[in-house]
Design a protein around this ligand. Sequence first.
Ligand code: ZN
Length: 82
Amino acid sequence: MKYQISCTRCGSQHAIAPDTAHDWDEITCTDCGEFIDTCGHYADTHGVSYPMHALNLSRGLILQMARSSRALNDGPAALRSA
Ligand SMILES: [Zn+2]
C-alpha cells in the first residue's frame, strides 16, 4: 500500500507499506528506506477518529429516536389513519 507522506530524511513524498497492513507494519520511504510510521499509528492519526465516529453514531441514534418519538406523539389520529 502506498502513502503520501513526506520523508523526514530525504523529503520524498512516496512511502510504502506491506499490503498486509497490520497495525505493526512499518511505512517506509520508497527512495531512502527511512522508517516513517507504523500503519496503525498512521490510520489513527489520518483516519476517522474514534471520538468523531462515536459522535456520528450518537447523532444517528438521536435522529432515529426523534423520528420514532414523533410518530408515537402524533396521537390517536395518526394511529387511526395508519
Ligand atoms: Zn526518504
